[in-house]
Design a binder for this molecule. Structure first.
Ligand SMILES: [Zn+2]
Ligand SMILES: [Zn+2]
Ligand SMILES: [Zn+2]
Length: 650
């Protein structure tokens, strides 16, 4: 099938990294979103000599990566007023973007790496006139905060260019784009309410056709929108019911400077004032095992993510603590591990962790994930999944429990006759039963994760759950049954919203393509090796992968082809060469451009993942300075910190 299709006499659609719409007036054309810009190669056949304007529905890179090419072709750009800065100040965005302690879940970083000239902005409710057409602008926050819908009369029909507000009857292209911030209610997706308002406004505008950026063209707009409203309401009702009206935390109220610990059993202690909750096992010898150790109170987050010591003095007084021997985290989020570098440095505490999170702890800047602690943590022992070990006279096992994040584990131990599971943020105990610790899409979430993890916990038959934000909870089989049912029900609703139910993983996992390491440092004249990792959420496929970098840099290979079986991962390696005279300001943004081929289907996703490369002129301290020498450097900050943490603990 041709990638270019005529929809009506003056309107065409072109299948690119997004659906590109072309409005024609004689020899002149106007585009709604431009994709890769490759539509210019098709214009001759239509008798169109000149694209005069490109109007954007939002700033995402699959919509506008070809803007520089289209501008060179003579087109002018008109962009949503609320998002103009993404187009005109791209370099500033990347210079100031937050990489650690990041609680912003929005997909703002799926944006241009270099600024483009903007000729006009599209203000809410304004009209844009082009030749005989009047294009109306409707605000449509949801998919992005500044998204717009464009309405125009063409060939006797009112058509609506909807961007990614809707993908088909009842479906959304991505669910994760609607989750803007942590703990924002509405089942964690704060973009849903604005999106639902925008859908209602769109329906009231009575368009004849909906033309989405991804998905299928809809000729019955009201039915398509109503179906989506039903599905979204159903999802939110379900996720809100799951939360039981409780917020993410059930901290005791009041000011408590001291005596913050609760003794759960002879050897087990809890600090429920700390953010997240800290659990400590104290052995008969006075050795302590800390299970998570984050900020002393939630407000230390507001105080600039400030770690201050807590629990230890009180344990020494009340529990006979003599040595802070061991720390084992549930996961890598800063609210659970902020104390780890301190314990390691101050008390020589050993750090053990489940293998799934070791690399994140040791090289946080190699990952693009929310809630990262910037300080690398040296892990003394990597625990295999299912491994059992003894500490302080207690028998432990550790299991992988994805859901809240893919990189999460639970510690199982029998203490003072109680079967205890330290579950971190996988499961919480709400006022009326279990609460799932998600979905939080940016943490990396797959559809069956919660159910699998609950099953793994159930096999241990825990009696006491040590949760990350709702304290210690007594549980039984019936409680876990409810948790399983909720996990299943939310999975059904999430699948319903995906344009292709079997490929739902693409709608839920914003990091299905990632660049490793995410942040790197290299000197001018050197090489840098980067790996593009791809999780294939669809059927068996061949992935065509290219790495986009500043034009002056070299990249080898030009393109890589990787066979990836359904549901598994593949990777492609690239070598980047930075010219000796490179003087770029701020981090350079590199992009992994991915197309998946499966049978007869070819899906160009465009530049879906990005990495940051800081080019620094600093001379190396190791004396090796052969220009062109192969080097793979992690972030300079990681390196410096790694050197620091090699100092022996006090
Ligand atoms: Zn988008
Ligand atoms: Zn947490
Ligand atoms: Zn967490």
């Amino acid at each position: 099938m041709s990638r270019l299709r005529q929809l009506s006499r003056h309107l065409y659609v072109y299948q690119d990294t997004c659906l590109v719409y072309l409005l024609v007036d004689g020899e002149h054309g106007l585009l709604i979103d431009g994709g890769s810009g490759s539509i210019v190669d098709q214009l001759g056949a239509l008798g169109v000599r000149q694209i005069e304007w490109v109007l954007h529905t939002h700033h995402h890179r699959d919509q506008c990566q070809g803007d520089a090419r289209l501008v060179a072709h003579g087109a002018s750009l008109a962009v949503p007023e609320q998002e103009a800065h993404f187009f005109t100040e791209a370099e500033q965005f990347w210079r100031s973007s937050r990489q650690v302690h990041n609680y912003d879940l929005s997909t703002d970083s799926f944006t241009l790496s270099q600024s483009v000239p903007v000729a006009a902005t599209l203000a809410d409710y304004a009209s844009f006139r082009w030749r005989s057409y009047t294009i109306r602008v409707l605000p449509a926050p949801g998919h992005t905060k500044g998204s717009i819908v464009l309405l125009v009369e063409v060939d006797g029909q009112t058509v609506a260019f909807t961007g990614d507000l809707i993908a088909g009857p009842g479906t959304l292209w991505h669910l994760y784009d609607l989750q803007w911030s942590y703990g924002a209610g509405l089942g964690g997706s704060d973009g849903l309410q604005p999106a639902v308002c925008a859908l209602a406004d769109l329906r009231a505008a009575t368009p004849d056709r909906l033309l989405p950026s991804h998905g299928e063209i809809m000729d019955d707009p009201s039915a398509a929108i109503d179906a989506l409203m039903v599905n979204l309401r159903d999802l939110v009702r379900h996720l809100e019911a799951d939360a039981n009206g409780a917020t993410g935390n059930s901290r005791p109220v009041g000011l408590v400077p001291d005596r913050r610990l609760v003794q759960l059993s002879d050897h087990l202690w809890m600090n429920q004032y700390s953010f997240a909750n800290t659990y400590i096992l104290v052995s008969d010898r006075g050795d302590a095992l800390f299970m998570d150790c984050g900020y002393a109170a939630f407000h230390h987050v507001i105080a600039g993510f400030r770690f201050t010591e807590h629990s230890i003095r009180e344990l020494a007084q009340r529990a006979g603590l003599k040595r802070v021997d061991l720390f084992i985290p549930s996961h890598y989020h800063d609210d659970h591990i902020a104390g780890a570098p301190f314990l390691q440095e101050r008390y020589g505490t050993r750090i053990w962790a489940h293998e799934v999170m070791v690399d994140i702890l040791e090289h946080p800047r190699s990952y693009a994930l929310p809630c990262l602690l910037p300080t690398p943590i040296r892990v003394d022992r990597s625990l295999r999944d299912g491994e059992t070990f003894e500490w302080g006279g207690f028998q432990f096992s550790i299991i992988h429990t994805p859901g809240h994040t893919r990189y999460h584990a639970a510690l199982l131990v029998e203490v003072d006759g109680l079967r205890v599971a330290f579950t971190g943020d996988t499961l919480h105990a709400g006022s009326a039963g279990p609460m799932l610790g998600g979905p939080i899409y940016q943490n990396r979430f797959a559809l069956g994760d919660f159910e699998t993890s609950i099953e793994r916990l159930r096999a241990w038959q825990p009696e006491l759950l040590l949760t990350g934000h709702t304290g210690a909870a007594e549980v039984d089989t019936a409680w876990l049954d409810i948790a399983t049912r909720r996990a299943r029900e939310s999975a059904v609703r999430l699948r319903t919203l995906a344009p292709v139910a079997e490929d739902v993983g693409f709608s839920l996992d914003p990091s299905w393509v990632s660049i490793y390491p995410y942040q790197s440092t290299v000197r001018p004249g050197r090489y840098l090796d980067l790996t593009v990792q791809i999780h294939n959420h669809g059927p068996d496929c061949t992935a065509m992968v290219a790495l986009d970098s500043p034009t002056e840099w070299t990249v080898a290979p030009h393109q890589a082809m990787v066979e990836i079986a359904a549901g598994s991962e593949g990777e492609a390696c690239f070598r980047l060469g930075v010219p000796l005279d490179w003087t770029g300001d701020g981090p350079a943004v590199v992009w992994a451009d991915v197309t998946l081929e499966s049978g007869t289907s070819i899906q160009p996703f465009g530049p879906v993942a990005h990495g940051l490369v800081l080019v620094t002129g600093a001379q190396p301290s190791d004396g090796h300075d052969t220009v062109g020498e192969d080097v793979v450097l992690r972030s300079l900050v990681d390196l410096q910190s790694a050197v620091q943490t090699k100092k022996p603990g006090v």
